[in-house]
Design a protein around this ligand. Structure first.
Ligand SMILES: O=P(O)(O)OC[C@H]1O[C@H](OP(=O)(O)OP(=O)(O)O)[C@H](O)[C@@H]1O
Ligand SMILES: O=C(O)c1cc(=O)[nH]c(=O)[nH]1
Length: 210
């Protein structure tokens, strides 16, 4: 499963390598790689495999789940599609509360004590998804964990999730993606060196000189 989803992301060209003009991530980290999982929505076969995979992760790890909550914006569609398979309620958490209407940050019905799983598309530092966890907890929900399509496996994310005592499971990850990319000639030797140097310490920008 991990390898298949990684191959799917590469095949649909959702993975962008730009070592000479690094991407800026939500966290501010400069990165030679960007994984645009939003593109998976445009490929029904890939999308179906992802939603079945996310539904399975939830069934296996969080069988007591009562509601899925997507993270705005990229997690929303996946939460909706996985909730359809699992026949569960869903909603989503905005980046911030609205300044008009009902001033909601959380959309959809939440009840105190509700057992919720957060659905995210991708975890870099985990900052965005953990902000959603905070908002749901403030609303009285019991967040039992999180699922996502992809994680970079950064120590920062491990630390952040541990600090909030929140578990998470993903369909695939950076190590698998790089292995599959090498096996299928998606990356050049020169790019591989930069990608490895960057992964050792993403905050140390000396990988750009490799
Ligand atoms: O783990 P983190 O360091 O928080 O980074 C990952 C987050 O960044 C991206 O969202 P983005 O902020 O680009 O917004 P979008 O979902 O609205 O596209 C991605 O969809 C995750 O939500
Ligand atoms: O951290 C991010 O902002 C981020 C990284 C990435 O690879 N893909 C994405 O959508 N966001």
């Amino acid at each position: 499963m991990e390898k298949q989803i990684a191959k799917d992301l590469l095949d649909i060209q959702a993975v962008f390598l730009r070592p000479s003009n690094p991407f800026t991530w939500a966290s501010g980290i400069k990165s030679p790689i960007y994984c645009d999982n939003r593109l998976t929505l445009s490929y029904p076969k890939v999308r179906k495999d992802i939603e079945n995979g996310l539904a399975k992760l939830i069934q296996n790890h969080y069988p007591e789940c009562e509601c899925l909550m997507g993270t705005a914006t990229a997690g929303i569609a996946h939460a909706a599609l996985a909730a359809e398979i699992l026949e569960l309620p869903m909603g989503y958490v905005r980046g911030g509360a609205k300044s008009h209407g009902r001033n909601n940050r959380i959309e959809g019905l939440v009840k105190p004590g509700m057992k919720v799983v957060v659905v995210e598309d991708l975890i870099s530092t985990g900052g965005s998804s953990l902000e959603c966890v905070d908002a749901l907890q403030e609303a009285g929900c019991e967040v039992i964990g999180m699922v996502a399509i992809f994680t970079y496996g950064l120590p920062k994310a491990t630390e952040n999730f541990a600090a909030k005592d929140c578990s998470f499971y993903t369909l695939t990850n950076y190590e698998t993606l790089i292995d599959v990319a090498v096996e299928n000639n998606y990356i050049k030797e020169s790019e591989l060196e930069k990608l490895k140097a960057w992964k050792k310490n993403p905050s140390d920008e000396s990988w750009m000189q490799k």
